[in-house]
Design a protein around this ligand. Structure first.
Ligand SMILES: [Zn+2]
Ligand SMILES: [Zn+2]
Length: 349
């Protein structure tokens, strides 16, 4: 089968961006497109999927550049939509022919105190799709049958892909933010995740004002289209202070900026795995008056399932920018350069 494989960590070379990791090779094409990669074998409790589409996530840029540690070589891709072509032994559901999604959570132990209290995203044995096991940048992928999600009718498979990570992790961040109707919400950065979160927040919390901060005029325009009450540059002040905020950016200074704009008792959720620049905080300016900051890590199956249901119920609009599998390296470059509107998606078959 055709697959895009990460054989070693590489810094992705993008015109206009300086080299940051002199210890790594610096290449425009970090993944190797292989034509004869063996089709994976289905084991007990697993299903073989013919991949229809797979989202390209900013985490994949982190994986390629070594900020997220994975087992290399690996086929990345953790927002997979595929058709079941073979069910292994001991699989009752899903069945051959079903269209299902696979998310970042590939498996968790199911026994530890995190798993038994609904926090399987924090399980010590958490294994990630496209990182600890091969993912969906390929014509076929294997997944555990109890870690896939039926795609609800009404969502096409290209739109479903970004819901599986960008959408689901953003939705988890929104849950952790504990937003209540009427409180103001600020979103920093407006890419794949935020453009879905804003639509969920708009529907679940209709009286809340939502402010979007982005350096990109195009992203600010998209934010207004999708229901932002105000959209501005991160240096601009919003109409009111923020009760809740979610930071989707890899920039450390945005954490400080968001905390600075928080109302007393406000909560900031950081929805990014690695900040690329340091976070410098001043206690009085950023934290005093019971302001708090917490991170969001991974997703649970419940997060993914709920978000798919919400997306189907409200007809969420998912902006996608399609690429062929052979062009995955261009997709990674576009993502790194913030040239993607909405979510980058590989259309595979
Ligand atoms: Zn992701
Ligand atoms: Zn566990």
């Amino acid at each position: 089968m055709r697959a895009a494989v990460l054989r070693e960590n590489v810094e992705i070379k993008v015109e206009g961006l300086p080299r940051r990791y002199p210890g790594l090779p610096w290449r425009e094409d970090p993944l190797v497109i292989e034509e004869d990669y063996p089709v994976p074998v289905v084991g007990p409790g697993r299903v073989l999927l013919k991949v229809l589409a797979c989202g390209v996530c900013y985490t994949d840029v982190d994986i390629v550049e070594g900020r997220v540690r994975c087992e290399i070589p690996v086929i990345p891709g953790h927002q997979i939509v595929g058709r079941v072509v073979e069910a292994g032994p001991e699989v009752g559901d899903p069945r051959e022919g079903d269209v299902v999604g696979v998310a970042w959570i590939s498996e968790a132990c199911g026994r530890c105190h995190y798993c038994s209290s609904g926090l399987e995203n924090l399980c010590g044995d958490f294994r990630a799709t496209g990182c600890h096991v091969n993912g969906g940048y390929a014509e076929y992928a294997v997944a555990r049958a109890d870690f896939v999600y039926r795609i609800p009718p009404g969502i096409d498979y290209v739109s479903a892909a970004p819901l599986l990570c960008a959408g689901a992790v953003g939705y988890r961040a929104l849950k952790l933010a504990d937003l209540r109707d009427g409180l103001t919400l600020g979103l920093f950065g407006f890419g794949a995740s935020a453009h879905i979160v804003i639509q969920v927040a708009r529907r679940l919390f209709p009286s809340s004002e939502i402010y979007v901060f982005s350096r990109s005029p195009e992203h600010r325009e998209l934010a207004r289209d999708l229901g932002a009450d105000w959209a501005g540059h991160p240096d601009e002040d919003p109409p009111r202070r923020l009760d809740r905020a979610i930071d989707f950016t890899p920039a450390g200074e945005i954490t400080a900026r968001a905390l600075e704009l928080l109302e007393r008792g406000g909560v900031l959720i950081t929805n990014v795995i690695r900040k690329q620049t340091p976070i410098v905080l001043d206690y009085a300016k950023h934290l005093w008056l019971e302001r708090s900051v917490r991170s969001v890590a991974n997703v649970t199956r419940r997060d993914v399932g709920e978000l798919l249901e919400i997306a189907a119920r409200y007809g969420l609009r998912v902006e996608t920018q399609p690429y062929a599998l052979k062009d995955v390296n261009r997709a990674l470059r576009d993502l790194k350069a913030a040239r993607v509107r909405g979510s980058a998606i590989l259309r595979i078959s």
